[in-house]
Design a binder for this molecule. Structure first.
Ligand SMILES: Cc1ncc(COP(=O)(O)O)c(C=O)c1O
Length: 390
Protein backbone atom coordinates (compact mmCIF):
# COMPACT_ATOMS: atom_id res chain seq x y z
CA UNK A 1 0.00 0.00 0.00
CA UNK A 2 1.18 3.55 -0.73
CA UNK A 3 1.34 6.15 2.04
CA UNK A 4 -1.78 7.76 0.55
CA UNK A 5 -3.72 4.45 0.57
CA UNK A 6 -2.62 3.83 4.14
CA UNK A 7 -3.81 7.27 5.15
CA UNK A 8 -7.15 6.81 3.38
CA UNK A 9 -7.63 3.52 5.18
CA UNK A 10 -6.66 5.16 8.44
CA UNK A 11 -8.99 8.09 7.95
CA UNK A 12 -11.68 5.59 8.93
CA UNK A 13 -9.75 4.60 12.06
CA UNK A 14 -10.31 5.99 15.53
CA UNK A 15 -8.62 9.18 16.65
CA UNK A 16 -6.00 7.45 18.80
CA UNK A 17 -5.04 5.08 15.96
CA UNK A 18 -4.65 7.99 13.55
CA UNK A 19 -2.65 9.95 16.14
CA UNK A 20 -0.16 7.12 16.42
CA UNK A 21 0.05 5.95 12.79
CA UNK A 22 -1.13 8.56 10.28
CA UNK A 23 1.46 10.40 8.20
CA UNK A 24 4.24 7.84 8.38
CA UNK A 25 4.92 4.23 7.46
CA UNK A 26 7.92 2.44 8.98
CA UNK A 27 10.95 3.49 6.94
CA UNK A 28 11.33 1.40 3.74
CA UNK A 29 15.12 1.14 4.10
CA UNK A 30 15.50 0.39 7.81
CA UNK A 31 12.04 -0.30 9.22
CA UNK A 32 12.43 2.58 11.68
CA UNK A 33 9.07 2.76 13.43
CA UNK A 34 9.42 6.44 14.25
CA UNK A 35 10.32 8.98 11.54
CA UNK A 36 13.98 9.96 11.55
CA UNK A 37 14.86 13.62 12.12
CA UNK A 38 15.93 14.51 8.60
CA UNK A 39 18.57 17.11 9.48
CA UNK A 40 19.28 18.03 5.90
CA UNK A 41 18.81 21.25 3.98
CA UNK A 42 19.03 19.72 0.51
CA UNK A 43 18.55 16.43 -1.39
CA UNK A 44 20.58 14.67 -4.10
CA UNK A 45 18.83 14.70 -7.47
CA UNK A 46 18.99 11.71 -9.82
CA UNK A 47 19.80 13.86 -12.83
CA UNK A 48 18.49 17.42 -13.07
CA UNK A 49 14.91 17.50 -11.77
CA UNK A 50 15.05 13.82 -10.71
CA UNK A 51 13.68 14.37 -7.23
CA UNK A 52 13.26 11.46 -4.85
CA UNK A 53 9.79 11.69 -3.34
CA UNK A 54 9.49 15.35 -4.42
CA UNK A 55 12.18 16.59 -2.03
CA UNK A 56 14.58 19.26 -3.30
CA UNK A 57 15.18 21.77 -0.47
CA UNK A 58 14.00 21.68 3.15
CA UNK A 59 12.13 24.99 3.15
CA UNK A 60 9.92 23.49 0.43
CA UNK A 61 9.65 20.05 2.03
CA UNK A 62 11.31 17.85 4.63
CA UNK A 63 10.28 14.25 5.35
CA UNK A 64 10.02 14.78 9.13
CA UNK A 65 7.78 17.77 8.53
CA UNK A 66 5.78 15.81 5.94
CA UNK A 67 5.10 13.12 8.56
CA UNK A 68 3.82 15.74 11.01
CA UNK A 69 1.72 17.45 8.35
CA UNK A 70 0.15 14.13 7.31
CA UNK A 71 -0.65 13.35 10.91
CA UNK A 72 -2.24 16.75 11.59
CA UNK A 73 -4.35 16.54 8.43
CA UNK A 74 -5.65 13.13 9.51
CA UNK A 75 -6.46 14.28 13.04
CA UNK A 76 -8.39 17.35 11.87
CA UNK A 77 -9.90 15.51 8.89
CA UNK A 78 -8.49 18.16 6.55
CA UNK A 79 -7.33 18.07 2.95
CA UNK A 80 -3.81 19.14 3.91
CA UNK A 81 -1.85 20.47 6.87
CA UNK A 82 1.16 22.80 7.00
CA UNK A 83 3.62 23.08 9.87
CA UNK A 84 5.27 26.36 10.86
CA UNK A 85 7.92 27.71 13.19
CA UNK A 86 5.26 29.09 15.58
CA UNK A 87 1.54 29.61 15.85
CA UNK A 88 1.97 33.24 14.84
CA UNK A 89 4.05 32.25 11.81
CA UNK A 90 1.12 30.03 10.75
CA UNK A 91 -1.32 32.90 11.29
CA UNK A 92 0.82 35.37 9.36
CA UNK A 93 1.15 32.95 6.46
CA UNK A 94 -2.61 32.45 6.39
CA UNK A 95 -3.26 36.20 6.31
CA UNK A 96 -0.79 36.58 3.43
CA UNK A 97 -2.30 33.61 1.60
CA UNK A 98 -5.87 34.88 1.68
CA UNK A 99 -5.83 38.65 2.17
CA UNK A 100 -4.47 41.69 0.38
CA UNK A 101 -4.60 45.47 0.84
CA UNK A 102 -8.16 46.74 1.31
CA UNK A 103 -9.46 43.37 2.49
CA UNK A 104 -11.11 42.94 5.86
CA UNK A 105 -11.13 40.30 8.60
CA UNK A 106 -13.29 39.81 11.67
CA UNK A 107 -11.42 38.77 14.82
CA UNK A 108 -12.62 37.87 18.33
CA UNK A 109 -12.97 40.80 20.73
CA UNK A 110 -11.03 38.70 23.23
CA UNK A 111 -8.51 37.22 20.79
CA UNK A 112 -5.18 35.86 21.99
CA UNK A 113 -3.03 38.99 22.46
CA UNK A 114 -0.47 37.92 19.87
CA UNK A 115 -3.16 37.40 17.23
CA UNK A 116 -4.57 40.84 18.00
CA UNK A 117 -1.10 42.40 17.79
CA UNK A 118 -0.39 40.68 14.46
CA UNK A 119 -3.62 41.98 12.94
CA UNK A 120 -3.69 45.39 14.63
CA UNK A 121 -0.02 46.36 14.46
CA UNK A 122 1.41 44.39 11.51
CA UNK A 123 -1.30 43.46 9.01
CA UNK A 124 -2.94 46.90 9.09
CA UNK A 125 0.37 48.39 7.89
CA UNK A 126 -0.02 46.60 4.59
CA UNK A 127 -3.63 47.63 4.24
CA UNK A 128 -5.73 44.98 5.99
CA UNK A 129 -8.71 46.26 7.92
CA UNK A 130 -10.42 44.49 10.80
CA UNK A 131 -13.28 44.61 13.25
CA UNK A 132 -13.45 42.76 16.55
CA UNK A 133 -16.65 41.05 17.70
CA UNK A 134 -17.60 38.55 20.42
CA UNK A 135 -17.35 34.97 19.12
CA UNK A 136 -20.29 33.94 21.28
CA UNK A 137 -22.65 36.35 19.48
CA UNK A 138 -23.46 35.12 15.96
CA UNK A 139 -25.42 38.29 15.14
CA UNK A 140 -22.53 40.53 16.23
CA UNK A 141 -20.16 38.56 14.00
CA UNK A 142 -22.61 38.84 11.09
CA UNK A 143 -22.86 42.60 11.68
CA UNK A 144 -19.06 42.94 11.71
CA UNK A 145 -18.72 41.36 8.26
CA UNK A 146 -18.30 43.74 5.31
CA UNK A 147 -19.81 41.78 2.44
CA UNK A 148 -17.44 41.51 -0.51
CA UNK A 149 -14.44 42.72 1.53
CA UNK A 150 -14.33 40.33 4.48
CA UNK A 151 -12.11 37.43 3.52
CA UNK A 152 -11.79 35.73 6.89
CA UNK A 153 -13.98 35.34 9.94
CA UNK A 154 -11.44 34.36 12.58
CA UNK A 155 -12.58 32.78 15.81
CA UNK A 156 -11.07 31.07 18.79
CA UNK A 157 -13.24 28.69 20.74
CA UNK A 158 -12.75 28.46 23.65
CA UNK A 159 -11.16 31.92 23.68
CA UNK A 160 -8.02 32.84 25.55
CA UNK A 161 -8.30 33.60 28.47
CA UNK A 162 -12.04 34.16 29.01
CA UNK A 163 -13.11 30.79 27.56
CA UNK A 164 -15.96 32.19 25.52
CA UNK A 165 -17.50 29.70 23.10
CA UNK A 166 -18.34 30.28 19.43
CA UNK A 167 -20.84 28.07 17.62
CA UNK A 168 -18.63 26.79 14.78
CA UNK A 169 -21.47 25.44 12.64
CA UNK A 170 -23.49 28.66 12.88
CA UNK A 171 -20.43 30.85 12.31
CA UNK A 172 -19.43 28.84 9.25
CA UNK A 173 -22.91 29.53 7.83
CA UNK A 174 -22.57 33.26 8.52
CA UNK A 175 -19.08 33.44 6.97
CA UNK A 176 -20.06 31.44 3.89
CA UNK A 177 -23.23 33.49 3.27
CA UNK A 178 -20.95 36.53 2.94
CA UNK A 179 -18.38 34.76 0.76
CA UNK A 180 -15.80 34.67 3.58
CA UNK A 181 -13.93 31.74 5.06
CA UNK A 182 -14.18 30.64 8.68
CA UNK A 183 -10.88 30.19 10.53
CA UNK A 184 -10.94 28.45 13.91
CA UNK A 185 -7.98 28.68 16.26
CA UNK A 186 -8.26 25.22 17.82
CA UNK A 187 -5.28 25.61 20.16
CA UNK A 188 -7.28 25.57 23.40
CA UNK A 189 -9.52 22.64 22.54
CA UNK A 190 -6.90 20.59 20.65
CA UNK A 191 -7.66 18.28 17.74
CA UNK A 192 -8.84 15.62 20.18
CA UNK A 193 -11.62 17.62 21.78
CA UNK A 194 -12.89 19.49 18.71
CA UNK A 195 -12.71 19.11 14.93
CA UNK A 196 -13.77 22.44 13.39
CA UNK A 197 -13.40 21.36 9.75
CA UNK A 198 -15.98 18.64 10.30
CA UNK A 199 -18.33 21.33 11.64
CA UNK A 200 -17.93 23.50 8.51
CA UNK A 201 -14.85 25.65 9.20
CA UNK A 202 -12.42 26.18 6.31
CA UNK A 203 -9.13 26.52 8.18
CA UNK A 204 -7.87 25.34 11.55
CA UNK A 205 -5.01 27.17 13.24
CA UNK A 206 -2.88 25.67 15.99
CA UNK A 207 -0.17 26.90 18.20
CA UNK A 208 1.35 23.40 18.36
CA UNK A 209 3.47 24.83 21.18
CA UNK A 210 0.48 23.98 23.38
CA UNK A 211 -1.46 20.69 23.60
CA UNK A 212 -0.19 19.26 20.31
CA UNK A 213 3.45 19.36 21.45
CA UNK A 214 2.23 18.93 24.99
CA UNK A 215 5.55 18.96 26.87
CA UNK A 216 6.54 22.66 26.88
CA UNK A 217 9.68 21.87 24.90
CA UNK A 218 8.90 23.23 21.43
CA UNK A 219 7.39 26.29 19.74
CA UNK A 220 5.42 25.52 16.60
CA UNK A 221 2.30 26.23 14.60
CA UNK A 222 0.04 24.63 12.04
CA UNK A 223 -2.69 25.32 9.52
CA UNK A 224 -5.09 22.62 8.38
CA UNK A 225 -7.36 23.36 5.42
CA UNK A 226 -10.45 21.73 4.04
CA UNK A 227 -10.27 22.43 0.31
CA UNK A 228 -7.66 21.87 -2.33
CA UNK A 229 -7.72 25.42 -3.71
CA UNK A 230 -6.85 26.91 -0.34
CA UNK A 231 -4.31 24.14 0.25
CA UNK A 232 -2.50 25.23 -2.88
CA UNK A 233 -2.53 28.89 -1.87
CA UNK A 234 -1.25 28.12 1.63
CA UNK A 235 1.36 25.66 0.32
CA UNK A 236 2.68 28.31 -2.05
CA UNK A 237 2.91 30.90 0.72
CA UNK A 238 4.44 28.46 3.22
CA UNK A 239 7.36 28.04 0.83
CA UNK A 240 7.42 31.64 -0.38
CA UNK A 241 7.46 33.14 3.14
CA UNK A 242 9.53 30.33 4.61
CA UNK A 243 8.44 30.35 8.26
CA UNK A 244 8.50 26.53 8.32
CA UNK A 245 8.85 24.10 11.21
CA UNK A 246 12.36 22.64 11.39
CA UNK A 247 12.86 18.86 11.42
CA UNK A 248 13.58 18.50 15.15
CA UNK A 249 10.63 20.71 16.08
CA UNK A 250 8.41 18.72 13.70
CA UNK A 251 9.58 15.50 15.33
CA UNK A 252 8.79 16.79 18.81
CA UNK A 253 5.28 17.91 17.84
CA UNK A 254 4.61 14.59 16.10
CA UNK A 255 5.77 12.71 19.19
CA UNK A 256 3.45 14.87 21.27
CA UNK A 257 0.44 14.20 19.04
CA UNK A 258 0.78 10.45 19.53
CA UNK A 259 -0.25 10.81 23.19
CA UNK A 260 -2.66 13.73 22.72
CA UNK A 261 -5.80 11.73 23.49
CA UNK A 262 -4.60 10.25 26.77
CA UNK A 263 -3.09 13.53 27.90
CA UNK A 264 -6.24 15.48 27.08
CA UNK A 265 -8.45 13.09 29.00
CA UNK A 266 -6.25 13.55 32.09
CA UNK A 267 -6.10 17.34 31.58
CA UNK A 268 -9.91 17.34 31.52
CA UNK A 269 -10.21 15.05 34.58
CA UNK A 270 -7.90 17.31 36.58
CA UNK A 271 -9.53 20.51 35.33
CA UNK A 272 -12.92 19.21 36.50
CA UNK A 273 -11.50 18.59 39.99
CA UNK A 274 -9.93 22.08 40.03
CA UNK A 275 -13.21 23.70 38.93
CA UNK A 276 -15.12 21.93 41.68
CA UNK A 277 -12.54 23.03 44.26
CA UNK A 278 -12.45 26.67 43.12
CA UNK A 279 -16.25 26.91 42.95
CA UNK A 280 -16.38 26.11 46.67
CA UNK A 281 -13.55 28.46 47.71
CA UNK A 282 -14.51 31.71 49.48
CA UNK A 283 -11.59 33.62 47.91
CA UNK A 284 -12.93 32.98 44.40
CA UNK A 285 -15.53 35.36 42.93
CA UNK A 286 -16.20 33.48 39.68
CA UNK A 287 -14.99 30.33 37.98
CA UNK A 288 -14.97 30.38 34.18
CA UNK A 289 -15.07 26.93 32.55
CA UNK A 290 -17.26 25.83 29.62
CA UNK A 291 -18.07 22.60 31.45
CA UNK A 292 -20.08 24.51 34.06
CA UNK A 293 -23.81 24.54 33.32
CA UNK A 294 -23.99 28.24 34.16
CA UNK A 295 -21.32 29.07 31.55
CA UNK A 296 -23.20 30.93 28.77
CA UNK A 297 -21.54 28.77 26.10
CA UNK A 298 -22.07 25.45 27.88
CA UNK A 299 -24.73 24.05 25.54
CA UNK A 300 -22.74 24.88 22.40
CA UNK A 301 -19.52 23.56 23.93
CA UNK A 302 -21.25 20.33 24.93
CA UNK A 303 -22.42 19.92 21.33
CA UNK A 304 -19.14 20.62 19.56
CA UNK A 305 -16.49 19.49 22.06
CA UNK A 306 -15.81 16.01 23.31
CA UNK A 307 -14.95 17.39 26.77
CA UNK A 308 -14.32 20.90 28.08
CA UNK A 309 -10.54 21.15 28.14
CA UNK A 310 -7.73 21.78 30.57
CA UNK A 311 -7.85 25.57 30.90
CA UNK A 312 -9.66 27.12 33.84
CA UNK A 313 -9.89 30.86 34.47
CA UNK A 314 -11.16 32.46 37.68
CA UNK A 315 -11.57 35.85 39.30
CA UNK A 316 -10.17 36.48 42.74
CA UNK A 317 -12.68 38.07 45.14
CA UNK A 318 -10.13 40.39 46.81
CA UNK A 319 -8.98 41.96 43.51
CA UNK A 320 -5.83 42.38 41.46
CA UNK A 321 -3.20 42.36 44.22
CA UNK A 322 -4.68 39.18 45.72
CA UNK A 323 -4.58 37.58 42.25
CA UNK A 324 -0.91 38.57 41.82
CA UNK A 325 -0.10 37.25 45.32
CA UNK A 326 -1.80 33.91 44.58
CA UNK A 327 0.23 33.56 41.37
CA UNK A 328 3.40 34.20 43.37
CA UNK A 329 2.55 31.69 46.13
CA UNK A 330 1.73 28.70 43.93
CA UNK A 331 4.40 25.99 43.84
CA UNK A 332 3.10 22.95 41.96
CA UNK A 333 1.46 25.36 39.51
CA UNK A 334 4.47 27.04 37.91
CA UNK A 335 4.15 30.79 37.33
CA UNK A 336 4.71 31.00 33.58
CA UNK A 337 3.12 31.96 30.29
CA UNK A 338 1.97 29.36 27.76
CA UNK A 339 -0.32 26.41 28.36
CA UNK A 340 -1.11 22.89 27.24
CA UNK A 341 1.94 21.13 28.67
CA UNK A 342 1.94 18.21 31.08
CA UNK A 343 2.85 20.52 33.98
CA UNK A 344 0.34 22.87 35.57
CA UNK A 345 0.89 26.57 34.96
CA UNK A 346 -0.62 29.64 36.60
CA UNK A 347 -0.55 33.15 35.17
CA UNK A 348 -2.04 36.63 35.46
CA UNK A 349 -3.29 37.46 31.93
CA UNK A 350 -3.59 41.21 32.58
CA UNK A 351 0.12 41.56 33.39
CA UNK A 352 1.48 38.63 31.36
CA UNK A 353 0.00 37.01 28.23
CA UNK A 354 -2.50 39.78 27.58
CA UNK A 355 -0.43 42.82 28.55
CA UNK A 356 -0.37 43.79 24.85
CA UNK A 357 -4.15 44.41 24.88
CA UNK A 358 -4.11 46.67 27.97
CA UNK A 359 -5.97 49.89 27.30
CA UNK A 360 -7.85 48.46 24.29
CA UNK A 361 -11.36 47.03 24.03
CA UNK A 362 -9.76 43.59 24.44
CA UNK A 363 -8.43 44.31 27.97
CA UNK A 364 -9.02 41.45 30.45
CA UNK A 365 -10.15 41.83 34.09
CA UNK A 366 -7.31 42.67 36.50
CA UNK A 367 -8.44 40.07 39.07
CA UNK A 368 -8.33 37.22 36.53
CA UNK A 369 -6.06 34.18 36.90
CA UNK A 370 -5.65 31.58 34.16
CA UNK A 371 -4.67 28.02 34.96
CA UNK A 372 -3.38 25.47 32.52
CA UNK A 373 -4.19 22.36 34.49
CA UNK A 374 -1.55 19.71 33.96
CA UNK A 375 -1.59 15.98 34.45
CA UNK A 376 -0.02 15.78 37.92
CA UNK A 377 -1.82 14.10 40.86
CA UNK A 378 -5.08 16.04 41.23
CA UNK A 379 -4.93 16.18 45.05
CA UNK A 380 -1.54 17.91 44.87
CA UNK A 381 -2.99 20.53 42.53
CA UNK A 382 -5.90 21.25 44.86
CA UNK A 383 -3.61 21.51 47.91
CA UNK A 384 -1.40 23.94 46.00
CA UNK A 385 -4.31 26.17 45.02
CA UNK A 386 -5.60 26.12 48.59
CA UNK A 387 -2.20 27.33 49.83
CA UNK A 388 -1.87 29.92 47.05
CA UNK A 389 -5.29 31.43 47.68
CA UNK A 390 -4.43 31.74 51.40
C1 LIG B 1 -4.91 30.60 21.15
C2 LIG B 1 -3.53 30.88 20.67
N1 LIG B 1 -3.32 31.04 19.35
C3 LIG B 1 -2.08 31.30 18.86
C4 LIG B 1 -1.00 31.45 19.69
C5 LIG B 1 0.34 31.80 19.11
O1 LIG B 1 1.16 30.70 19.06
P1 LIG B 1 2.77 30.73 19.22
O2 LIG B 1 3.06 31.28 20.59
O3 LIG B 1 3.17 29.31 19.03
O4 LIG B 1 3.29 31.64 18.15
C6 LIG B 1 -1.17 31.28 21.07
C7 LIG B 1 -0.01 31.42 21.98
O5 LIG B 1 -0.17 31.51 23.18
C8 LIG B 1 -2.46 30.99 21.56
O6 LIG B 1 -2.70 30.84 22.87
Amino acid sequence: MTQEQHDQHRSKSGFETRAIHAGYEPDAATGAVIPPIYATSTYKQDGVGGLRGGYEYSRSGNPTRTALEGNLAALEEGERAFAFASGLAAEDTLLHSVCGPGDHVVIPDDAYGGTFRLVDKVATRWGLEYDAAPVSDVDAIRAAIRPGRTKLVWVETPTNPLLNIGDIEALAGVAHEAGARLVVDNTFASSYLQQPLVLGADVVVHSTTKYAGGHSDVVGGALVVRDLELAEQVGFHQNAIGAVAGPFDSWLVLRGLKTLAVRMDRHCDNAERVVEFLAGHPGVAEVIYPGLEEHPGHAVAARQMKRFGGIVSFRVAAGEQAALDACGRAEVFTLAESLGGIESLIEHPGRMTHASVAGTALEVPADLIRLSVGIETADDLLADLDRALG
